[in-house]
Design a protein around this ligand. Structure first.
Ligand SMILES: *Cc1c(COP(=O)(O)O)cnc(C)c1O
Length: 424
């Protein structure tokens, strides 16, 4: 045991104003009943205990009110998506009318590309980062094909230019300028899932707009992780899922942002009755009149059982305070990064950018040595009750989240890696 590290973590945890929030979450345990050190909030956030009651309340409402549940009870289903709007807007840095909870992430990406990716012969291309999350790449490629264009010519993938596989801001801006006249859409992540690199929404939007292109973002790994200022950034649209850092459960209802300047757009869209102006929706007329703002992009009446977790998970962020969460996140991940550098330099290298502004809570760790050693280390961590995730060929991703991880969790990780290294 590294006593100095243990003491440092203990002092940090004792002084942590957000430490109490951990008790709001179900922390998974191993066979001996010991809490695991959970670093997979970037993949599936832990369950807030409040979720159980929130879902049960909707089951009760269904049982006792049946169809009248649309209008009765504490949280009537008809306006249900509005119960999440304010906290969602706060977390996304958006005006309330700019955000909506609906569908799933890839569905939202497609729906918004229907409106915001309008390729022409002169301007058919989409710029994304190379190594983008496969679903995003599939979505983009299939949209290009759908419009009758060839992805080999119209899908531009931006290469990493930094040692850890990250992309410098300059390279992003330069690529946008270089391909500018052909670009219909720049679609970048807020935080890249593999490297943990955070991108500058504002700078990318400015460059995209200067080139005459639309700026869209996938915030799957950014929302609830890093400060996001969608409205001020000027981004045209954004999408995200809610089961990662937002802790709303597997397959939770996702989110979308449409900038205010497009609130009454006449861009084409795939329409459904839930996007119809609320005032006249139930006249059930044949003509589609879109609700202004993000609401107008909805298709269906929302899955209440899947929205209920979001209704109780989002207010936790607001209660904890977004600034305090970011401050703890920087401290927590910084603590882990420093300990890894100091104690585990022989075993691991960190590919995530070290500048605090260029990362969220996740660290992507490359395991030195042959591929088998990475797998062996990962198996060792699992056996020690440490939940991380493995990305071929040699990356272990760990995401200490400020809502439920402690400095003590980070020490457990460092100790387990050190133990494995000693035993090699
Ligand atoms: C998690 C994630 C997805 C998953 O898409 P779903 O539609 O929610 O299944 C897509 N893209 C990115 C960038 C992700 O991080």
């Amino acid at each position: 045991m590294n006593a100095a590290l243990v003491d440092a973590a203990r002092a940090r945890d004792a002084a942590d104003p957000l430490a109490g929030f951990r008790a709001r979450f179900a922390i998974p345990r191993d066979a001996d009943g010991r809490e695991k050190a959970y670093f997979c909030g970037n993949s599936l956030g832990l369950m807030p205990h409040a979720v159980r009651d929130a879902v049960a309340a909707e089951l009760d409402a269904w049982a006792s009110h049946a169809v009248e549940g649309h209008f009765r009870g504490e949280h009537p289903w008809m306006p249900y998506h509005r119960f999440v709007r304010e906290p969602l807007a706060a977390i996304a840095g958006a005006r309330p009318d700019e955000v909506v909870a609906m569908n799933s992430l890839t569905v939202n990406l497609h729906l918004l590309m229907v409106g915001f990716y309008r390729p022409t012969r002169e301007r058919p291309a989409i710029l994304i980062e190379r190594g983008a999350f496969p679903s995003d790449r599939h979505a983009v490629e299939s949209q290009i094909r759908f419009h009758g264009f060839d992805p080999a010519e119209c899908l531009i993938e931006l290469d990493a230019d930094e040692p850890g596989g990250t992309i410098s801001d300059a390279a992003v801006i330069d690529a946008i300028a270089r391909h500018g006249p052909r670009l219909a859409l720049v679609l970048m992540p807020g935080v890249q899932y593999r490297t943990g690199q955070r991108f500058d929404l504002r700078a990318i939007t400015r460059a995209a707009h200067a080139a005459g292109a639309i700026a869209g973002f996938d915030l799957a790994h950014a929302i609830g992780n890093v400060p996001v200022d969608l409205h001020e950034s000027g981004a045209d649209f954004a999408v995200w899922c809610s089961y990662k850092y937002l802790n709303a459960g597997p397959g939770a209802v996702a989110g979308a942002f449409v900038h205010e300047r497009h609130a009454r757009t006449d861009r084409p869209r795939f329409a459904g009755w839930w996007g119809h102006d609320e005032a006249t929706r139930f006249r059930m007329g044949p003509e589609f009149v879109p609700a202004p703002g993000a609401d107008g992009w909805q298709l269906s009446n929302p899955p209440i059982l899947a929205l209920a977790p979001l209704r109780v998970s989002l207010p936790i962020f607001v209660e904890a305070g977004l600034d305090r969460l970011r401050a703890k996140s920087l401290a927590l991940t910084g603590f882990l990064a420093d300990a890894i550098d100091r104690e585990l330099g022989e075993v691991l290298s960190i590919s995530t950018p070290r500048e605090p502004e260029r990362r969220g809570c996740q660290l992507s760790l490359r395991v030195k040595g042959p591929r088998e050693s990475g797998r062996a280390l990962f198996a060792h961590l699992e056996a020690r009750g440490i939940v991380a995730d493995w990305r071929e060929p040699d990356v272990i991703r760990v995401a200490p989240t400020p809502l439920y991880n402690s400095f003590g969790d980070c020490v457990r990780l460092v100790e387990a890696v050190a133990e494995w290294a000693r035993g090699r």
